[in-house]
Structures are given as C-alpha cells and as structure tokens.
Ligand binder design. Sequence first.
Ligand code: AVJ
Length: 322
Amino acid sequence: MVVQAISTNLSYDFAADVRAGLTRTGQKELPSKYLYDDVGSALFEVISRLPEYGLTRADERLLRRHAHDIVDAVPGTVAVAELGSGSGKKTRWILEALSRRQRTFYYPVEISRTALAMCERELSDIDSVSILGFEREYLEGLLEVSACRRKGQRILVLFLGSTIGNFNREAGVQFLSSVRNILASGDSLLLGTDLEKPASQLVRAYDDELGVTAAFNLNLLVRANRELGADFDLRQFEHEAKVNYEARSVEMHLRSTTSQVVNIPAAEVSVEFSEGETIWTESSHKYSLDEISPTAATAGFRCVRQWVDDQWPFAENLLIAE
Ligand code: AVJ
C-alpha cells in the first residue's frame, strides 16, 4: 500500500462566484460545489445515513453486490480514477474486486481536502492498491491522471453517487463529452445515476425531518460570513426543497423570509433581497433508466451494462469510450 497526495491547485474563486451569482438579474444562485467545505462534506456524510435519503446506500449496495460483475465487464488492465471520492467507503468494493486480478492504482480526485484524507485513510488497508490523491477539480485531475498513465494501461473512471445530477441534462452531456475527450477508446466510466421517483419522496429526501439538509444548505451562508466577511443573518433565511417537473430535478433554495440587505465585503457587494426571494443553490436531476444509453452515446460512450437497486431507484451504468 502506498498513499500520497498532490495538494491544492484549486482554480475556483468563491468571492467572484458569489458576486456573480447574487448580482445577476432574475434568479439568484450560488454554485453547488461550495456546499462541500469541511463542514458541508461532514454534513453530507450524515445526510447519506438519513432514512429519507436512500441514494448513497443504494449506490453502495449496488457496488457491494455487483463488484465482481462490474469489474468483469471492464476491459483491460485499468488504473482507477474517481471523480469526487467522498469518504471512499463504497469504492472499496470495486478496488477489492479489481485487486484480485491486478495490482491497482487508485487516483481519487476531490476538492475537499478532508474528504480526500478520509478516503485515503479508509482505503489504505487494501493490500495491492496504491493511492495517489489529487486535490483538484474533476477534469483537471482526470487530465493529470490520464497524462501519467503507462503504455497500454486503461483507465476506469468512477463517477458515483449521482453527482452527474448536479448538472442540468445539457451540461451533463457536455461534462461526459469532456471526460470522453480526456480518455482513450476502450477506457471505461462507471456512472451512478439516481432514477426518477415520486415528488413526495424527493421532497422528503431533500428536506429531512431532522434538518440536516437544511443545515447543509445554510452552511453556504455561514461559509460566506466566515470567508468573505458577509453578514447573512441565518434566522432570516430558510431551506427549501422543490421539485422542478420540467427539468425532472429537485432543487434546493435558500429563501429570504424578509426584505433585507446583505453586505459581502470580500465580494465588494451589497445584495438586496425581497421577502420570499430565493437563492438557488443546487439541482439534483433524476434520470430514467432508458435515457442513459442515448445520453452516453451522444457523449461518445457505449452503455454496456446497467445495474438497478431493488430498494431505491438508482442505477450503476457501465460506459465504454468508443
Ligand atoms: C451528492 C450531489 C448526489 O444531489 O443528492 C444531498 C447532494 N444535496 N442532499 C444529491 C445532496 C442535498 C447529493 N449529491
């Protein structure tokens, strides 16, 4: 076992993105990637254990049950690159199955340093696996992984947990195309997608009884207060989850309960909110099983297998780069 890390080279700029997202005309917005600072990542770990939120457990169950099947369907000797590794808990099943047939290199790409460290610790005991973590945005990290591949070595990309759902459908295809362009023909992508389910179930999953998802969402404002010197009053904003039927997604918003002005010194703005106005913070798109294959094809992949959970509609899709 070898564990190393390539550290920060994050290109994002919280202040600039907050300024752009809160001064635009129409719907105010903040990019969902900022939900995942250390506190946010830890809160998401809790969300994934809530009875209302079955997504992560379905993902893990599928990987645990079908790891050998999945690995058998992946062609060649592969290095594994994971986009957004999270805690690494569900990746274990794939790495263990792979390491029975080959020495395995595992490259988690993750913007949260804490999540990266957790993942490395969680998986460091698997014998014939070497881990090299990249604290990077997805495509940047994948480019680096692809650049250091050995001759004849293929890459298996893991994009699990339905993170693809954070993109709208069009941007999702674009992202998959970008992944495809970094890869070589014959490389593969294991894509986890949350499937469509009744609106009532979605609202419960994204507005849980205990208020963990509310805290996860509101943490964005706490983060702006801490990192940008903003003066968001947390009692004047509330968490909201709503289904967007047209987009087939569930959206998280932060709703201003009064008319107010918020100052954000590091972003050099003061932002006016009317009563009831919201900041859109995340979308989680839901897929139908049948649309994955054509979607993958548009991005230059062939969908060769799908595994569906029997308790929570969720699918693992194995795509091969054409
Ligand atoms: C980690 C992006 C898959 O969209 O379901 C959970 C994040 N947001 N509860 C999702 C999330 C609110 C989650 N993903």
